[in-house]
Design a protein around this ligand. Structure first.
Ligand code: FE2
Ligand code: FE2
Length: 295
């Protein structure tokens, strides 16, 4: 494979800019068991999130590209292009990440299967777009939590932490693109129908996301010989709602999606985008000027 030039983290960018960063984290060649502070449940939770991504991100790219050629809006087409390039790099790195999970002994194919089946059932372009908007909102919420509380990844293996910070930053940079497309694509529909489709897609997506996430967490833990009975469920409850409370921390921003006329551009994340960029620039600068984050 051709070697890509290391991404220049010191180059300045506008706050609004969607910046595709061709960075390789090399997780597939060096996968770590219990990489999240030696905690198998936390590790399984985040690994399960990665299982969704290659299938999911290919689906998002397809759903937006369908409209790029149909909507006569060069500015939006440029946004879609930046979005698609970011998501394509995410797909590549999460395929590599998931290859590492397979090398650790996990049945990745069986875990990806329900994701592929669910997404393959969504054939109508506008529904596919509404599902993409829903997933983009969910990922933007988790990204906000990650960038607002970077200490949540304390104790994580460096390559994994960098990958998730990189992914979180880019999700925030492109958080509004799918809904921008949806607004235009559904412009001819009555407002109540546009709202109903957006919310119906969110309800279905959030339900299946949680169901498959928990299913895959349990499967991963069982494959490592861990118990997934009552103690597992108590630990999940603690992680989601108490400490650190991933769901609790993202609940407020999640519910804003239910407001009629919701527009992610009305939530100013400039400080998070700046701090995420600065965090990653400092991380990679610490490798030294001759180091290549791609390796
Ligand atoms: Fe992504
Ligand atoms: Fe995304």
């Amino acid at each position: 494979m051709a070697k890509s030039k290391p991404f220049d983290w010191s180059a300045p960018h506008d706050d609004e800019e969607i910046v595709p960063r061709d960075v390789r984290f090399g997780i597939g060649d060096n996968p770590q068991l219990d990489w999240f502070g030696g905690d198998p449940v936390k590790t399984a939770m985040v690994n399960s999130f990665s299982i969704f991504l290659p299938e999911g991100e290919r689906f998002f790219i397809r759903s937006l590209k369908h409209y790029a050629a149909r909507l006569d809006d060069p500015e939006l087409a440029a946004e879609i292009n930046g979005y698609a390039v970011q998501e394509a790099f995410h797909t590549r790195e999460h395929e590599d990440y998931n290859r590492g999970l397979a090398d650790l002994g996990h049945d990745v194919e069986a875990m990806e299967q329900p994701v592929a089946t669910l997404l393959a059932n969504v054939q109508v372009p506008l529904i596919r777009l509404a599902v993409t908007c829903a997933i983009e909102h969910l990922t933007a919420n988790f990204s906000t939590v990650t960038l607002r509380h970077p200490h949540l990844f304390d104790g994580a293996h460096s390559a994994y932490r960098r990958l998730w910070m990189w992914h979180a930053l880019e999700e925030l940079e492109h958080k509004a693109v799918a809904l921008d497309v949806y607004r235009q694509a559904a412009a001819g529909m009555p407002a109540w129908k546009r709202y109903g489709l957006r919310i119906g897609a969110m309800n279905t997506t959030a339900f299946h996301f949680l169901r498959v996430l928990l299913r895959n967490m349990r499967k991963m833990l069982r494959e490592q010989g861990h118990d997934t009975g009552l103690r597992f469920w108590l630990r999940v409850f603690q992680l989601f709602f108490i400490s650190p409370g991933y769901m609790r921390l993202s609940m407020g921003p999640f519910l804003r999606y239910y407001l009629p006329g919701f527009d992610p551009r009305n939530i100013d994340d400039t400080d998070l985008i700046r701090s995420g960029r600065a965090w990653l620039a400092a991380e990679f600068a610490a490798d030294g000027p001759r180091a290549e984050p791609a390796e």
